[in-house]
Design a protein around this ligand. Structure first.
Ligand code: SF4
Length: 408
């Protein structure tokens, strides 16, 4: 972490910092408010601080250090994908999805209630037709409030690492390998940068966060959790509007179970037995499905909270009726819901999409078996912003780019 970055520090940390600079505790509160409520971009803009103190902070090298939006790609459905540049030049991708992707549906949260009337069918999930139709014709040349743009809410998908070490076979991020962890400030800073771009007013506009971009949050656990605290206590996004997705890092799930302030959990299941899962997600060799489910069941769920199981449907690999039957057996008795994700194609990845018929049958079998099951809306496929497509813009001089990859 850059020792002089202010963004990402909690109030107690800022208080300690200000004390070290010979300042009273109320200065820490002023900086905290400026960083997270006003979302200022520079120390100069913290106008509640005296001029001389700002000058001193700047002279001593203190910076806000929000990630910079270096490139933007906009989908016909309104989704935006950003290349975010960190202070050291490393880049990750962040995705803005006005009206979300339906991922929260059925998980018991307030965000889920806002989703309930919108359903996407198997045909549209494979073709992407629903959102292309809805998105067409909207003028986004002037950013206003979400409502002014014609949306009721938005979801921001955040990255937690530069690249990823987990190597899920269906995911483009995996091809990057891991470069480094992001700091808490770099994780939460992606949100602030996007909120600023869209002039979002927290409290008025409804924002959901998903930690499902590049990287495995539970392999960067401390910084991820610190970013959650900053986003909740600083920026003011309730934890109930945040969901973290893990590929199944057992120690991370165990630590997560003990947190008092935490997002909702989504486990990226993607297979109905260990043999298929090992092929699709080699990390299964380290922690198998049974161990993961046992750990998940130890998380004390809040009232009306459900655990989400993400399931990427890969044509002919994990999308057949026998797989649906196995999923039902796995989740029997759990407070669980399933999000089906029709695999989004990516260059160099040797899978194919399931047929709409297989998607429909799979969903119906799970529902008939008593598991609430939804199909996630594909968002931003045309700009490679959909789940599993995030691969990071490779050549910044070539704006047509290939984009990041997302955890699912
Ligand atoms: S799906 Fe997530 S955990 Fe798996 S390789 Fe991609 S970014 Fe990493």
């Amino acid at each position: 972490m850059d020792m002089h970055a202010l963004f990402g520090r909690t109030l107690p940390e800022l208080t300690e910092l200000m004390a070290g600079l010979g300042q009273k505790p109320y200065r820490a509160r002023q900086v905290f408010e400026a960083l997270y409520k006003q979302r200022v971009g520079s120390v100069e803009d913290i106008t509640t601080l005296p001029h001389e103190f700002r000058d001193r902070l700047i002279a001593e090298g203190w910076r806000v250090e929000l990630p910079e939006i270096a490139q933007t790609a906009t989908s016909v459905d309104g989704t935006e994908r950003y290349l975010m540049r960190m202070a050291d030049g490393e880049t990750v991708e962040t995705v803005w999805m006005p009206d979300g992707d339906g991922g929260e549906r059925g998980d018991g949260s307030e965000a889920a209630e806002e989703e309930s009337s919108e359903v996407v069918g198997a045909e549209d999930a494979v073709s992407g037709g629903y959102w292309s139709r809805r998105g067409n014709g909207r003028d986004r040349s002037n950013f206003g409030t979400l409502a002014e743009q014609g949306f009721r809410r938005a979801t921001i998908c955040i990255s937690s690492q530069v690249g990823c070490a987990v190597n899920c076979q269906f995911c483009l991020t995996a091809k990057l390998g891991i470069k480094r962890n992001l700091t808490a400030g770099e994780i939460a800073g992606q949100v602030a940068a996007v909120l600023n771009r869209h002039k979002i007013q927290i409290g008025k506009d409804r924002i959901n966060l998903v930690f499902m971009g590049m990287g495995e949050p539970f392999l960067n656990y401390e910084q991820f959790m610190q970013s959650v605290r900053v986003l909740a206590e600083g920026i003011g996004i309730p934890e109930s509007r945040m969901t973290v997705s893990t590929s199944g890092i057992l120690p991370g799930i165990e630590a997560f179970a003990k947190e008092t302030l935490r997002p909702k959990l989504a486990l990226s299941l993607n297979a109905s037995n260990d043999i298929v899962r090992e092929r699709v997600m080699p990390i299964t060799r380290k922690w198998n499905i049974a161990a993961l489910l046992e750990a998940v069941q130890k998380i004390p769920l809040r009232t009306r909270e459900w655990v989400t199981f993400e399931y990427v449907l890969l044509g002919g690999v994990n999308d057949q009726p026998e797989h649906a039957r196995e999923v039902l057996a796995l989740l029997d008795g759990m407070r669980a819901k399933v999000n089906l994700i029709v695999w989004n194609p990516g260059p160099g990845i040797d899978y194919h999409q399931p047929s709409p018929e297989d998607v429909a049958v799979f969903q119906k079998m799970l529902i008939n078996g008593g598991i609430a099951t939804y199909i996630r809306r594909p968002r931003g496929r045309d700009i490679y912003a959909a789940c599993g497509q995030l691969k990071r813009t490779v050549a910044e001089e070539k704006p047509q780019l290939v984009a990041i990859a997302a955890a699912v």
